[in-house]
Every structure is written in structure tokens, then in C-alpha cells.
Design a binder for this molecule. Sequence first.
Ligand code: IDP
Ligand code: MG
Length: 141
Amino acid sequence: MEKTLSIVKPDGVKKNLIGEVMGRFEQKNLRIAALKMLKLSKEEAMSFYAVHKDKPFYDSLTDSISAGPIVVMVVEGNDAISMVRKLMGATNPKDAAPGTIRADFASDIEHNIVHGSDSEESASFEIPFFFSLLEIHPVVA
Ligand code: IDP
Ligand code: MG
């Protein structure tokens, strides 16, 4: 069992895709182990995406993710990190494989609907960024 952090970004919430994103995870036998809706401040967005602080898109990225409410979730299952990444599709929707969330719904690279941790290391930073241990409900086998 692996855990990953996924986010329905502000553009995904605006496009009414919360259920669509969670449904795609659940259809692949992934489980939602924790869930909440919130709005990040610019400062919180900057610390969440600190790994990108030297990138040219850091300012616009942190503006976009703090532009409206988001849905954050812990997703659990076999190979959850890579499964979620596969269901999301490539960062740039122009490169995303057909049938992925980003290919189906994203308008552009800055508005690409969904986030998913890219490694165990990032998941172990991103999950506790949003959730305490008491808020995570591991799946009972
Ligand atoms: P990921 O979300 O697929 O893991 P990252 O490289 O971690 O992609 O970048 C984080 C987010 O920053 C992306 O989802 C995208 O919204 C935005 N982003 C990444 N690369 C670019 C870029 O070249 N221009 C503008 N925005 C970008
Ligand atoms: Mg990333």
C-alpha cells in the first residue's frame, strides 16, 4: 500500500470536475483516505511549491493554485503514486495521453486540473503539509 497527495486545482473545481477526478481514482481501485476543501493563501502556495522556487513559472504557478478553492486528498493503493500520475497524464495537456485527466479536461499547462506527488519523497512532504495523522484513514484490508 502506498499513499500519495492529489489536488483538484482551482480550474478543476471551477470546471465541476471534483467527482470526475475522484471517480477516476476509485475506478482504478485507489481509495480516498483523507479529503478536504480549502483555499491556499499565496504564501501557503509558495511553501507547498517551494521545490519550484527557482523556476520561471513559480510566481504564476503559485498565483493559479491560490486563485480559488481546491480539493486535497490522500489517495491510497497499490502503486498509488505512479497510478495517480498515469491517470493525470503529462504536465502539458498537449503531451498528455488520450483518456488521461489532463488530456480530457486541461486548457493549458498552467491550468492542468490536477496535482499528484511525483515520488515517495514528495508524498512524504505533501501529505503532512495538508493532513495530520488523525485525519488519514488507512484502508482496512
Ligand atoms: P506536475 O504537476 O506534472 O508534477 P511540475 O513540473 O511539478 O508538474 O510543475 C508543477 C506545476 O507547475 C504543473 O502542474 C504546471 O501547472 C506548472 N508548470 C510546470 N511547468 C510549467 C511551465 O513550463 N510553464 C508554466 N507552468 C508550468
Ligand atoms: Mg510535480
